[in-house]
Design a protein around this ligand. Structure first.
Ligand code: IDP
Ligand code: MG
Length: 161
């Protein structure tokens, strides 16, 4: 067992979460971080960046060819983005639950997009959709040394030994 967590390595899952320019401009940074923090997930990396268009294309490479792709790329690079890595048991899948459906019209109340957004092109937040994309997106946005391993005091209360 690692010295930095009571969780087994396989349970120390990580996901990439980004607050998009609309979320930053609307003053929703703390609101969004709060939802991941209070759930019990651990923040292991965070920075504020304005992605270039080229970088935004890389991030959304799987959507190239879609009619909204250029608008999406231009929007992601239009202002500061809060890039983060969150860690915890099941964080990839449950992070997507906290975020809600892609279109805020379909997002349940209580989710981030359900509570805080109205339109699909301005849905405030990105979250990795699976283990492979999580790894790829973390590697795209962060250098390995920017990921901080530390013991969270809360872990012994969040997880059974
Ligand atoms: P996700 O963010 O829920 O994973 P994706 O299908 O990966 O959704 O699409 C990435 C982003 O592209 C969405 O968050 C949304 O902002 C935008 N997007 C997706 N579909 C549409 C659309 O039909 N019109 C405009 N923007 C869209
Ligand atoms: Mg996606």
């Amino acid at each position: 067992v690692s010295q930095t967590s009571i969780l087994e390595a396989a349970e120390r899952e990580r996901t990439f979460i980004a607050i998009k320019p609309d979320g930053v401009q609307r003053g929703l940074i703390s609101e969004i971080i709060h939802r991941f923090e209070r759930k019990g997930y651990k923040l292991v990396a965070i920075k504020l960046v304005i992605p270039t268009k080229e970088f935004a294309e890389k991030h959304y490479h799987d959507l190239k060819g879609r009619p909204f792709f250029n608008g999406l790329r231009d929007f992601l690079s239009s202002g500061p983005v809060v890039a983060m890595v969150w860690e915890g048991q099941g964080v990839i899948k449950y992070g997507r639950k906290l975020i809600g459906a892609t279109s805020p019209h379909n997002s349940e109340p209580g989710t981030i997009r359900g509570d805080l957004a109205v339109s699909v092109g301005r849905n405030t937040i990105h979250g990795s959709d699976g283990p492979e994309t999580a790894n790829a997106e973390i590697a795209l946005w962060f250098k390995p040394e920017e990921l901080v391993s530390y013991t969270s005091n809360a872990e012994k209360w969040l997880y059974e030994p």
